[in-house]
Design a protein around this ligand. Structure first.
Ligand SMILES: Cc1cc2nc3c(=O)[nH]c(=O)nc-3n(C[C@H](O)[C@H](O)[C@H](O)COP(=O)(O)OP(=O)(O)OC[C@H]3O[C@@H](n4cnc5c(N)ncnc54)[C@H](O)[C@@H]3O)c2cc1C
Length: 630
């Protein structure tokens, strides 16, 4: 990443910017790229907490195939509060802290949700108002396409692995790349065969809106070098040198936005930033808009520090209330799920397996293959590029009982929300709306609720794609600038346990397939002798598959939402949220492709608004200056 133009001090910045973007991550840099391209005469500043240098992610080659990277310098590493519903266990969630954000450190699994996810998102976002911006599948699919250049794999890889795709799901030319890796582990086909034996169909393409079955997923890598493709490269390094209107300052934390006279109509607000180098606080002036793109764990903290959030929480944090908006940080969701594991009693006679990564000569050869042009070998695989995605009706005949249980919760939805939110009727209404939408999604035979990603091995994670439980992200009361407090509240809606158990019972059927039984597969987790599956779920549940979301949800204010379909924060001037926080509910996918699509669509909305003269007028001449230390 060329860093000649990188700013490291506020004194290097201009006196004001048209647009200030908080967070140089997946969505934030997408917007920055599009705005600087569309408006050569308008200036854009991105303020990023992390550094620009390359730092390895958890799944990054060539340090390791999976895990074991030394040091998490490029991550925020956040523990969760103990979770009473799962025996007070705690979880851990990571988020990118680097130019490129989580796209620079993630597992590179590059899938999109189902059309039904996006239609549900639209329904929740608009509550039936036809005049609102369209976020349904037809409204977002063009942006999924635009956001990536997909390159089909070479014929040799297609022949070896059986890759399929439908080119009509792609078509973009932006320098964010995806393709299929030329490598799979020796037991990969075995696992595919076992899933097929269970009756899972294998569609040609899963990124075109219809996501149901055994999917081949592209990885977000360059198609020749198989180096990671991320927003820091595609939306900053690839374009910045030719754009004099595009500034990026690193190692600065956006503290809050400040409205003159504490009046939220007095926007766009100033942006208060803190240097992580010398601790200095400064205010930066935006004459157009402030765009919050700090991700689902940090965007709500910027809003809360700004006095925009649940009023009872802001009072307890001693923060003056600018706008009471109880949804800020309150609709917290993540993908979670228990594990099924087995052993083979017959030796697995396939090559290679990941155990080879402890063999120095295999690693030397793998590294050299990865450094060849074109790259080959295990490091091109990244995390994995296969998964099954199945609906609840495909996994259990009792799906309607689960859907009915959800519907019965509509009489008292607040029972399942944190008590601190019971005094907000809008939040309760919004959750009720979500439950009714989710009950119908759970009955849909083509909307996946279960994902099991795989590449190799003897364990399978049964990921619940549409949890009903809702957690919170709140400022740390002892230090508002430190990492936020995450209360996952996994399983606080008890129907989630019914879903985990249904999924788990389905996934353990894999072990009894003729394919795996031919190898003498024996279940070791949860274990055939285990009868209390709820306890088994509690024991092995992973709280986070690194897809935190939904903490500044796109829903009407009367339903506890934080932003409208134009991404503007309700009730305040000159601030939008553009990142994965704006989802009302999780999609049936990992979240980076969606974060790019949100960035692309948001940019279009903003560009149209400013071109049409609907954007805010010129600023009020507020200068850049020092402010208090925190
Ligand atoms: C370890 C890991 C593995 C994952 N695996 C996958 C995967 O395989 N496939 C997939 O699709 N998704 C995956 N994800 C999730 C996906 O990458 C994210 O959901 C998505 O990239 C989020 O995009 P975003 O724009 O919302 O936030 P981010 O891309 O996280 O960007 C937020 C940016 O804001 C910065 N920031 C935060 N606070 C401040 C502040 N106060 N001031 C200034 N800057 C700030 C951060 O440093 C960061 O650069 C994974 C995530 C992680 C962490």
């Amino acid at each position: 990443v060329p860093n000649a133009n990188i700013k490291r001090q506020v004194t290097q910045l201009r006196s004001s910017y048209d647009f200030i973007i908080a967070g140089g991550g997946t969505s934030g840099l997408t917007v920055a790229d599009r705005l600087t391209e569309a408006f050569p005469d308008k200036t854009v500043l991105v303020v990023e907490y992390g550094e620009i240098e390359y730092a390895p992610g958890v799944f990054d080659p060539p340090s390791t195939v999976w895990g074991g990277v030394g040091g998490f310098a490029s991550f925020f590493t956040l523990p969760t509060l103990p979770n009473p519903e799962v025996n007070n266990r705690t979880g851990l969630v990571l988020a990118g802290q680097i130019v490129g954000g989580s796209s620079a450190v993630n597992g590179q699994f590059f899938d999109r949700g189902s059309r039904f996810d996006h239609d549900a998102w639209h329904e929740l976002a608009t509550a039936g108002d036809p005049s609102e911006e369209k976020w349904d599948w037809n409204g977002i699919f063009p942006y999924f396409k635009k956001s990536v250049t997909f390159t089909p794999p070479p014929a040799s890889a297609v022949q070896e692995h059986g890759y399929t795709w439908d080119i009509s799901a792609y078509g973009g030319t932006t320098p964010i790349y995806s393709s299929f890796p030329p490598f799979q582990w020796g037991d990969h086909q075995l696992l595919r065969d076992a899933w097929k034996e269970l009756g899972v169909n294998d569609p040609v393409e899963c990124n075109g809106g219809d996501k149901d079955g055994l999917c081949w997923i592209p990885v977000s890598s360059h198609p020749v070098t198989f180096r990671r493709s991320h927003s820091g490269l595609g939306h900053y390094a690839a374009v910045n040198t030719t754009r004099s209107n595009y500034d990026l300052v690193v190692k600065h934390q956006v503290v809050r936005v400040i409205y003159p006279n504490n009046n939220p109509k007095n926007g766009p607000p100033l942006v208060e930033v803190k240097s992580l180098i010398d601790g200095q606080l400064s205010n930066i002036t935006s004459t157009g808009e402030v765009i919050l793109s700090a991700g689902a764990l940090h965007t709500p903290t910027i809003l809360q520090r700004s006095g925009i959030g649940p009023d009872n929480f802001l009072n307890s944090a001693d923060i003056p209330i600018i706008k009471s908006l109880p949804g800020v940080g309150s609709n917290f969701q993540d993908h979670s799920g228990p594990e099924v594991a087995w052993n083979y009693t017959t030796p697995l006679n396939v090559y290679p397996l990941p155990s080879e990564m402890s063999n120095p000569s295999f690693v030397t050869s793998a590294t050299s293959s990865f450094n060849s042009i074109p790259a080959t070998g295990p490091y091109t695989l990244s995390m994995s590029n296969s998964a099954i995605f199945l609906s609840l009706p495909s996994t259990t005949p009792n799906y309607h009982l689960i859907a009915n249980k959800i519907l019965s919760q509509l009489f008292s939805p607040e029972t399942f929300l944190p008590s601190s939110l019971h005094s907000f009727p809008a939040i309760i209404q919004g959750y009720k709306h979500q439950l009714s939408v989710l009950a119908s999604l759970y009955s849909n035979p083509h909307l996946p609720t279960l994902e099991v990603p795989f590449a190799t091995g003897t364990s399978a994670r049964a990921i619940n794609l549409h949890p009903l439980s809702r957690g919170t992200v709140r400022l740390n009361l002892t230090n508002h600038l430190s990492l936020p407090v995450l209360d996952y509240r996994v399983g606080s809606n008890p129907v989630d346990f019914d879903v985990y158990i249904a999924h788990l019972e389905y996934v353990r059927k894999l072990i009894n397939t003729t394919t795996l039984q031919a190898l003498g597969a024996v279940e070791i987790a949860p274990g055939v002798e285990r009868t209390d599956l709820k306890e088994a779920v509690k024991d092995s549940l992973i709280f986070s598959f690194m897809h935190p979301c939904c903490t500044a949800a796109m829903m009407p204010e009367r339903f506890g939402g934080v932003v409208g379909t134009d991404l503007k924060v309700h009730g305040v001037e000159g601030v939008r949220v553009v990142d994965i926080s704006v989802l009302p509910i999780l999609p049936s996918s990992h979240t980076s492709a969606t974060a790019y699509a949100i960035g692309e669509k948001a940019a279009d909305i903003i560009i149209k608004e400013w071109r049409g003269g609907k954007g805010r007028g010129k600023g009020k001449g507020k200068g850049k200056g020092k402010s208090r230390r925190m």
